[in-house]
Design a protein around this ligand. Structure first.
Ligand code: GLU
Length: 458
């Protein structure tokens, strides 16, 4: 294993114990477990940040020490390097990852990120979050995550196919329909999943049933589930519908801004619009746009499909980054990458609720500012759990050779989201804590119960 980079982002996170620091209570980024396990000292390190939020919840609920250390590190960290022939005949070496965080509740489960800036620490954090998410939302899976250090938009379809199939071959012995089940994530899509399923099926031709169940998020034509493509956005909306009334916000007419307009952002926008909300500002890597009268979420999704981002969309004004964050809305949905809502962004935000569509979009320092400003955060392990929940339905359909209609998928998803939101609400009441801590407690309670009966071998 190579050492992961300290942090991708500039060190703007509040340092501990600074005079005038808004932090109250124990500093989120120190914990005896970090020293015991030799964690990186950098408070901006994503893995340290992610685990620190869990440890805060673990301390509050008195989680046994052995579970804290087991959950603070992944079980397996797999890194592969593999050569692929480019269209011009030259070979390039690619790096791929699969981190298997925990499988106490079932097979490892989680997406594959295709991004030029993916590092081991990102993958570890995301795998960790999958364990928590699957536990909270009540599916029988553990947590895993993987990826390839590649910019999928810079390769031809033929090159991507060779990259994806070669990566699948490199990790084929480490995954399986009953062991570790990948899925799409940032930069990967249903076509990539189809190539993975096909390659894995080819490699495992002599044995195994339903080899296509090795991966979810497949095209509907090849073992995919209806409703999987929109599932994460649907889950964000289901969570909002469940949580907004107690915050005295009506979804009808509610104003929304969205950061990132890929799968999660665009489906959240479209479904929210269908429910009567108004999308008034959107930003991605190509620019920021606003229209107080409402941006047509469907037209914007089509524009992004054609032009690769929101930049240049007609029927909206071009705004700058600061204006985007300062736009007055009821709900802000970060649906892009990790660590995007740091202290400066949190200070600028003019919203009542942050609904985390992305994984780990808010840093601990950003979160402290939001808390101080009375902005409610619906944490990612609850809010964006819709994707993996429908992945579970896809896996069940593959395993039972059945196909569900969309109504059944949406109905079952809604049940899981409402149940998970209920667990978070109960934990918040019982432990008098914020929603993120409550969500971790909800997840940890199920893991604790499983470990109590399973024990730790030998
Ligand atoms: N990549 C998605 C997530 O972060 C989905 C994972 C899955 O379906 O396994 O939740």
């Amino acid at each position: 294993m190579t050492q992961a980079p300290a942090s991708k982002k500039p060190a703007k996170v509040a340092s501990k114990g600074k005079p005038g620091s808004p932090a109250k209570g124990p500093d989120l980024l120190t914990h005896p477990i970090f020293d015991e396990l030799g964690f990186q000292q950098d408070p901006n390190n994503l893995y340290r940040q992610t685990v620190s939020s869990m440890l805060q919840a673990a301390d509050l609920m008195n989680l046994p020490h052995q579970l804290k250390i087991v959950l603070a590190q992944p079980k397996n960290e797999i890194m592969v390097n593999f050569p692929v022939r480019m269209d011009d005949g030259e070979y390039r070496l690619f790096k791929g990852y699969r981190v298997q965080h925990n499988n106490a509740l079932g097979p490892y489960k989680g997406g594959l990120r295709f991004h030029h800036d993916v590092h081991l620490d990102d993958v570890k954090s995301l795998a960790f979050l999958m364990t928590m998410k699957c536990s909270l939302v009540g599916v029988p899976f553990g947590g895993g995550k993987g990826g390839i250090k590649v910019d999928p938009y810079k390769h031809s379809k033929a090159e991507m196919e060779r990259i994806v199939r070669r990566f699948t071959t490199a990790i084929a012995h480490q995954i399986g329909p009953d062991y570790d089940i990948p899925a799409p994530d940032v930069g990967s899509n249903a076509q990539h999943m189809a190539w993975i399923a096909d390659t894995y099926t080819f490699l495992s031709e002599v044995g195994g049933h339903q080899p296509e169940a090795v991966i979810t998020g497949k095209p509907v034509e090849f073992g995919g589930s209806l409703g999987r493509e929109k599932a994460t956005g649907q889950g964000v909306v289901d969570t909002l519908i469940e949580m907004l009334p107690e915050l005295n916000i009506d979804i009808k007419g509610c104003k929304v801004s969205i950061l990132g307009y890929g799968n999660v952002g665009s489906w959240t926008g479209r479904i929210l619009q269908d429910r009567g909300a108004k999308i008034i500002a959107v930003m991605d890597h190509t620019g920021a746009i606003a229209n107080d009268g409402g941006i047509d979420a469907y037209a914007l999704a089509q524009h992004c499909q054609k032009f690769g981002g929101v930049g240049g969309f007609k029927n909206a004004d071009k705004i700058d980054k600061d204006e985007f964050y300062q736009t007055k809305v009821d709900v802000f949905v970060p649906a892009a990458l990790e660590q995007m809502i740091q202290e400066p962004e949190a200070k600028m935000l003019n919203c009542k609720v942050v609904a985390e569509g992305a994984n780990a979009p808010t840093t601990p320092a950003g979160e402290r500012v939001l808390e101080q400003r009375g902005i409610e955060v619906l944490p990612a392990i609850l809010c964006n759990a819709g994707g993996v929940t429908v992945s579970y339905f896809e896996w069940v359909q593959n395993k039972t050779c059945k196909s569900w209609d969309l109504e059944q998928v949406d109905h079952e998803l809604n049940k899981h989201m409402i149940r998970a939101a209920g667990k978070v609400r109960d934990a918040r009441k019982k432990y008098k804590c914020g929603l993120r801590t409550a969500a971790y407690i909800g997840a940890l309670e199920r893991l604790k119960a499983a470990y109590e009966v399973r024990g730790i071998f030998p």
